[in-house]
Design a protein around this ligand. Sequence first.
Ligand code: ATP
Ligand code: MG
Length: 745
Amino acid sequence: MNDFLNHKAFIDLNEPQKEAVKTLQGPLLVLSGAGTGKTRVLTARLANLLYSKTTKPWNILAVTFTNKAAKEMRTRLENLIGPSANSVWLGTFHSIAARILRENAELVGLTSNYTIITPDDQVRLLKQIMLDYDIDTKKFTPKAMSNLIAGWKDKGQKPEEVDNSSNDYFANGRAISIYKTYQLRLKTLNSADFGDLLLYNLNIFSDHPDVLTQYHSKLSYFLVDEYQDTNVIQYLWLRLLAEKSKNICCVGDDDQSIYGWRGAQVGNILKFEKDYPSATVIKLEENYRSTGRILEAANSVISNNKERLGKNLKTSSEQGEKIDLISVWDGLEEARKTSVEIENLFSNGLRHDQMAVLVRAGHQTRQFEERFVDIGIPYKVIGAKFYERLEIRDALAYLRVVQQPNDDLALERIINVPKRGIGTSTTSMIHSYARKKDISFFLATEELLMTDELRPNVKKTLRDLINQFIEWNRDSKEISHTDLTLKVLEESGYLFHWQNDKSIEGEGRLENLKELINAMSGFENLQGFLEHISLVMDGDSQAEAGEVSLMTLHAAKGLEFDVVFLPGWEEGLFPSQRSIDELGLAGLEEERRLAYVGITRARKRLFITFAANRQIHGLWQGSIPSRFISELPKQNLNENIEGNLGADASSYSQIEFDDSRNNISYGPGYFRAKQNKINGIDLYRAPKTQNEAFKSTAVFDNGQRVFHQKFGMGKVISSEGDKLNIFFDKAGEKRVISNFVKLIE
Ligand code: ATP
Ligand code: MG
């Protein structure tokens, strides 16, 4: 007896939806337009699998696009089936892959407490490596290199699998080699970046078929939301996991594929039936989200795309109000007019959290934020990555070193934060020593502390810091992770540093640190929390009741709001000139799908604005209305156009814009090889291979005359490995590292 079929969550569905929820065995594809209930069907089907006792919760793997969506699905599932919902493997591709990697880390040379490095660490590490390669990092930026690597990883390519031709144009043909070095460095750091998570999973599955077999017996039902945005590696990963049971249900909409620039392949969804010839395919046509007019606008815009399966959505909801199309003079006026509309709606009883401003490029949020602050509209920027805040990154760096002393990137970041008088010459020296000996920064510091290489005051500071870390590490086994965090932040002087900061930001930063500790309390231990931070907090913060959401169109996928504002509908900005330049027609069609996603987020009201002038990179430019405006059905528009601003969008403007929200700022722990030579001794250039490192270490005999950059001339008394006891003419007997000593011929 399957009670779910009598459950309200089932009864309320329409016929094709019911059909999908009842189809529990074999491959199933639900390919349908926006707001037709795909996510709802996926959740109901999950519940049905458990209600009907078809399988156990821990045999189910469900993938959502964001962690927020996973959380929502889990809550709904919990309401339907109770706490056993917690045993379902439910999360994003990244979070599930991180778990599988943790279970098998040693198979790829990591340990189970490996760290997932954040994008800014990734860029810092790449910068170090690129400087070692003598690459001009102004011409070939580390950020671009990290994108290149991410692209290869998204295609499932290890360094040795990358096609040589894709190497030619970047970093003087050394990109693949940099990729290789980067992977080696990550391994010595016991770290993985985001792209590695799935790549390592794939390597494990292909190199260890027994492990894959284990997962085949563990996981036998698969559910995937937003399937149109899976990339090559996600696709391969799913195929491998589901190849045995073939109980895989994917839902998606080809018209909403908006991550092509990140390697998403809309083709994955289109070839589902080829991959699984016995697949059941169900189409849903009724949209339950939006009013008739909003839906007509969405249908009308997307019908201009050539590359699509083609489907029309219908709704039984009322036609609703017309779409407001508003022209403004510039971005300031756009923010002002938008805020006026928000205030009107609010005074008519609509909650702020039912309104959203969806922008094409991250930097567009700034003017709205400023305006909202000025007039007191509560708002939240969704997608401002939690860990990208300076104070959060610093605090996490401390915790990462406590958790794993060999986390070099984290230690380098905070070694002089707050300021302790440890300058770049010291860090360069430690770094160079670490690289030469192929040991971690932490160990190198410990070793150097046994010598006289460091100035006495620096030595004392570093010794204290190292001892603190050792003590915090001990504490971490005894006290709760929240107490530990507070202790670390206090004893390191980090809290005091911000308490003493009199800028407006200082206070906000303390608040954020408090929020960090609050957020931690929901986790069992530090490791769990750190993993959560690097995966889950990633762009997933939720608007609280009463806050207007500000976010990019990309981040809005799957969400819905009563009222949606779509600003900046101008050629160059939207559609993005860069997309068109880089991908031509395909780029334009992806932009149009983005417009379709934006329009279909709205339930009741939609406002579209465009400005006559935009300030781009500090320069004012005249702008032309987006061609998408001319694709909206006129009869559904309430046009509020001033002067001749509503001219037809028939030509392109050549606006350059920058939609990267990742303005990487280098932390104080970051150091560059500015002063890489002291007295002819190359302090910075790291050895390319371990062998080279050994070769460059000269062997000193007792009695030899040497020169040390700090202590001057002296004579070797004895040596032990690379540590020498030298009697210096002026400084007396000292213990130093052979690398910092030059032989006097
Ligand atoms: P998107 O393509 O944007 O991800 P979707 O296809 O996943 O959309 P859902 O988010 O599942 O659509 O559903 C859209 C809205 O319609 C939700 O508010 C949902 O609760 C509602 N809905 C879906 N099916 C029904 C139904 N049979 N009866 C009433 N409301 C429904
Ligand atoms: Mg959905």
